[in-house]
Design a protein around this ligand. Structure first.
Ligand SMILES: [Zn+2]
Ligand SMILES: [Zn+2]
Length: 424
């Protein structure tokens, strides 16, 4: 093996603070979770979309809910552009831009999109990979259940005992204002015991008192009537159907005590929490948010979305102690020995690839034994060994990785022999 290079001087390797790189071993974990998400999305009938990286600043800002700002890109004579801080603004813009509602009644879209937020103090640009599911065009509670079931399956890899689904309802234009009035009346008697901010919210936004963290306010809020008892018939039946579907799917949940304060939330609101002795956090959250379309001056339409960020999912995966299960990565491993063997292996690789037989080329400096072990670790059933002698004689050694039995075949016959052994 050639000697290793001397260490690189770090001061010459600069990086933007807050940015995240993925080394091969980290990427393997992330890739595993990404594949899981993509397979589930496919299984539940979602199509992937990807909005452009830059969004008109004004559009992005309307959906920007996190701390920090969007890094702005100013180009003279054009709209101010930002590297998006969320994917939903782009998704809805795309949906309207492509005139999707005229083409399909129901759209089930998902995204896995990089987003970026700019913090000034301390200076850092935090990038994240956001993922989400959006169902637009149907208000049936069956779609709420579908998205919740999908996410539950996605997170089950972390251990079902560590996942808590909190679910509730934010009602509708009919029942929510009525509940607000009831809350106002309840809190007005206790107005002088509440914190300053809560006291100011009693009339217009009494629901804010329910989530205040001050001990005084919490003890007063504990006796407030629960919204779930004030839902109108339509909202109540919607929630009941969602909960019944979850029961049927054996998804465990707890009813949300607090209320989601997002002004766009309507009916179903939920969040998935990860609970671990070392850390607990929200993996993703979602709601029905028909009124999001008002940002584009179009009338509301049924829309349900879930959004999460991959760094949290990855962190939960590491905390859960889950280990990557090695699946069969290819049908055939090519193991060339020496330069002549390597050349021959390259043409075999090309032939197998063209014939759509999955093949991995173990072209490195390790010895034969190490590479056979590598093939076994990768769960590849067949190894093809090509050394100097085989290359000159135009033959290939076929080895059954598990049993160690091997046989020599001519290059001409090897493809049909491999097919036979793979049972094709
Ligand atoms: Zn309602
Ligand atoms: Zn308070």
């Amino acid at each position: 093996m050639p000697p290793l290079e001397p260490p690189v001087q770090k001061k010459f390797v600069k990086k933007i603070p807050g940015q995240k790189d993925f080394l091969p071993e980290e990427w393997a974990d992330l890739d595993h979770l990404l594949e899981r998400l993509k397979n589930l999305a496919k299984g539940f009938g979602f199509s992937r979309i990807e909005p452009s990286l830059f969004e008109v600043s004004e559009i992005n800002a309307k959906f920007h809910v996190k701390e920090g700002k969007a890094p702005v890109l100013k180009v003279s004579g054009a709209d101010e552009a930002v590297f998006r801080t969320n994917a939903i603004s782009g998704l809805l813009r795309m949906y309207l831009d492509a005139r999707t509602p005229e083409k399909e009644r129901l759209s089930k879209w998902y995204f896995i999109s990089p987003v970026t937020v700019h913090h000034e103090n301390p200076y850092q640009i935090v990038s994240n990979l956001e993922y989400g599911f959006e169902v637009i065009g149907d208000e049936s509670p069956i779609f709420d259940a579908q998205v919740l079931a999908l996410a539950w399956k996605l997170y089950s890899v972390l251990g079902e005992d560590k996942i808590v689904l909190e679910i509730g309802s934010r009602g509708c234009e009919n029942c929510w204002p009525e509940y607000q009035q009831i809350l106002s009346r309840t809190f007005s008697d206790a107005k002088y015991s509440l914190c300053k901010e809560c006291a100011a919210s009693v009339e217009k936004h009494p629901e804010k008192i329910l989530v205040c963290e001050q001990a005084e306010c919490q003890s007063i809020a504990a006796d407030a009537p629960a919204f779930i008892d004030y839902l109108d018939a339509a909202c109540s039946s919607h929630l009941t159907t969602v909960l019944e579907s979850l029961d049927e799917l054996k998804v465990s949940y707890v009813l949300m005590t607090g209320s989601d304060l997002d002004p766009h939330a309507r009916r179903t609101v939920f969040r998935f929490k990860f609970n671990h002795p070392q850390d607990s956090f929200i993996l993703s959250h979602g709601m029905r948010h028909d009124h999001l379309f008002s940002h584009f001056n179009v009338s509301p339409r049924p829309a349900l979305g879930l959004v999460g960020d991959f760094s949290k999912f990855l962190r939960a995966w590491h905390l859960s102690g889950a280990v990557l299960q090695k699946a069969k990565s290819a049908d055939v491993a090519l193991i060339p020995l020496g330069e002549l063997g390597a050349k021959k292996a390259l043409s075999l690789f090309s032939n197998f690839w063209d014939e759509m037989i999955s093949v991995v080329n173990l072209f490195d400096e390790n010895g034969l034994k190490a590479r056979l072990q590598q093939a076994a670790d990768m769960k590849v059933p067949i190894a093809l060994i090509v050394g100097q002698k085989e290359a000159l004689e135009d033959t290939v050694i076929l080895r059954d990785v598990k049993s160690g039995m091997q046989e020599v075949f001519t290059s001409e016959r090897i493809l049909s022999e491999v097919r036979k052994r793979l049972g094709e």
